[in-house]
Write a protein that binds this ligand. Structure first.
Ligand SMILES: Cc1cc2nc3c(=O)[nH]c(=O)nc-3n(C[C@H](O)[C@H](O)[C@H](O)COP(=O)(O)OP(=O)(O)OC[C@H]3O[C@@H](n4cnc5c(N)ncnc54)[C@H](O)[C@@H]3O)c2cc1C
Length: 115
């Protein structure tokens, strides 16, 4: 709600935020505060949604550079995971491309490379 109000205000609209409780006091309280591009929706092939979320993420990163910064995340895979590491890496590359290569590129690490 606050984000929408901020976006509208940035476009010149006069915005009043009225809340029955405290601002950001409900679902927003539990948010991890991550601005993400929806990588989890890649698994269900919801590519238009991923594109939309990536574009919003890019817009927020561009608009609020002092408040939002890029962080990397690392995932390790158990043997026998339902997708091969290589396929997941291809998915991460596709996700990166869907996001217009806006973030730093994904990296594929092997245990051998880390020794
Ligand atoms: C565990 C968890 C983690 C999450 N992590 C992320 C994340 O990392 N990144 C991300 O982008 N999203 C995340 N989300 C989702 C995100 O938190 C929500 O999409 C977002 O907080 C929704 O904000 P909101 O302002 O729409 O709703 P809310 O924060 O729920 O605000 C709704 C407000 O409306 C008020 N209200 C209700 N009824 C009335 C009424 N009749 N009159 C006046 N006011 C009323 C309430 O008091 C409340 O303050 C997460 C959600 C959860 C649960």
């Amino acid at each position: 709600m606050q984000l929408s109000a901020t976006a509208l205000a940035a476009r010149g609209a006069k915005v009043a935020l009225v809340d029955k409780g405290d601002f950001a006091g409900f679902t927003s309280q539990n948010s991890s505060n991550l601005v993400w591009g929806g990588i989890k929706y890649m698994e269900t092939y919801e590519f238009p949604l991923v594109r939309q979320l990536c574009m919003s993420r890019n817009h927020l990163l561009r608009s609020y550079p002092s408040s939002i910064r890029e962080i990397r995340f690392f995932t390790n895979l158990d043997k026998g995971f339902r997708f091969s590491p290589f396929l997941l890496y291809c998915g991460a590359l596709l996700y990166w491309a869907i996001g217009n290569f806006f973030t730093r590129s994904p990296r594929f690490l092997t245990p051998q490379a880390n020794q």
